[in-house]
Design a protein around this ligand. Structure first.
Ligand code: FES
Length: 365
């Protein structure tokens, strides 16, 4: 499903890059890829171009009822085609946000978004040769990186392994086969758990394991590995590689799991003990004029919630960067998982979901 562009395209040098603050995206196409899987492409209403690293993700604010939810999705598009970006999403059983996208998000609609961000990219971990291993919709960052290599470095040596439940559920199957005819050193392998007789599946059956890895990438030991899929899948890959003596410094993985529903953590109990008092912290939210006391092990995000304030959040474990806020005064302790850059930390930004206040602090929120 596509719509005609309603404004003329500008040259790239006339456009500003999209930044990672909250901004609007306008859906320009919604394409079915596989059962319960769709690709949504976006542009910005303000003629921005998209600057990101292949493999990064965005956080979308999805207007489901009764409350919007924040969901993080890896980009399947490539920054070598910077006028639009795309996410390819699979609605899992019981998913709320992704199901809303499949059922309601259509060309012409606008949603709010943060990003792109994330460390899982060959730009951050370049190698001589690559081994991309994915399961299900964990294929999306691999697709972004493969498209980028096709456009910008077509002599790249890539072994691309994807595991799916059935042949029908292999995402980007046709496009990958086409790419393999154009990128000489792109070797594809698909492993399915089951196939109906009608498919006449001639590929591999079963699961990824040590012998499969050796078979499909005999020179795996020389490759830089990117892996994305459910945690049991990634554990199997890690264990197989470790058992074969692979240098795990060249192994990179991205957790791929359905976005968690918002966790509402109960307020910390007030103890009133001298110890607790000495550990208590105070967070002043300068833009709202609200001040709240909290325990030293409360996060800034929890302190905000307890004060009735809303700081946008999605992953809540320091990956997506959605909850980034400026700490304008005071000391904090942050334990993040790559959702914030070093220069942002130097400027005083923190991730509210994984930062604890020390003493008195001020947050611009
Ligand atoms: S909510 Fe994702 S980094 Fe805080």
């Amino acid at each position: 499903m596509t719509v005609m562009l309603s404004h003329p395209l500008k040259h790239l040098d006339e456009m500003l890059p999209w930044n990672d603050k909250l901004q609007m995206l306008e859906c320009i196409s919604a394409v079915e890829e596989a059962p319960d899987v769709m690709t949504f492409s976006f542009r910005t209403p303000d003629h921005n171009w998209f600057r990101y690293a292949p493999g990064q993700f965005v956080t979308l604010e999805l207007p489901v009822s009764p409350e919007p939810v924040m969901r993080t999705y890896t980009l399947s598009s490539t920054p070598s085609r910077p006028y639009s970006l795309a996410v390819t999403v699979k609605a899992q059983k019981d998913s709320i946000g992704t199901r809303w996208m499949l059922d309601h998000l259509r060309p012409g609609m606008q949603i709010r978004a943060y990003g792109p961000t994330g460390d899982f990219s060959l730009h951050n971990h370049p190698g001589e040769k690559y081994l991309f291993i994915s399961a299900g919709s964990g294929i999306t960052p691999m697709m972004s990186m493969t498209r980028w290599l096709h456009d910008c470095s077509p002599a790249s040596d890539i072994v691309f392994i994807n595991c799916a439940r059935t042949p029908d559920e292999i995402i980007f199957h046709d496009e990958l086969r086409l790419l393999a005819t154009r990128v000489e050193a792109l070797k594809l392998a698909f492993i399915v758990k089951q196939s109906a007789p009608r498919h006449a599946w001639s590929g591999l059956h079963g699961r990824i394991d040590r012998s499969r890895l050796e078979l499909l990438a005999p020179d795996f030991i020389d490759r830089t590995v990117f892996c994305c899929g459910p945690e049991p899948f990634m554990r199997a890959v890690r264990e197989a590689l470790q058992a074969m003596g692979f240098d795990m410094a060249r192994y990179h993985q991205e957790s791929f799991q359905p976005a968690a529903e918002t966790v509402v953590t109960p307020p910390s109990p007030a103890t009133g003990s001298p110890d607790a008092a000495s550990q208590a912290a105070t967070v002043r939210f300068t833009l709202s004029g609200v001040e709240v006391e909290c325990a030293a092990d409360d996060t800034v995000l929890l302190a905000a919630r307890n004060a009735g304030l809303k700081i946008p959040s999605a992953c809540e474990f320091g990956v997506c960067g959605t909850c980034k806020v400026l700490c304008s005064s005071g000391e904090t302790m942050m334990s993040h998982n790559g959702g914030i850059r070093d220069d942002e930390i130097e400027e005083g930004y923190i991730l509210a979901c994984c930062t604890r206040p020390i003493g008195q602090i001020e947050i611009d929120a």
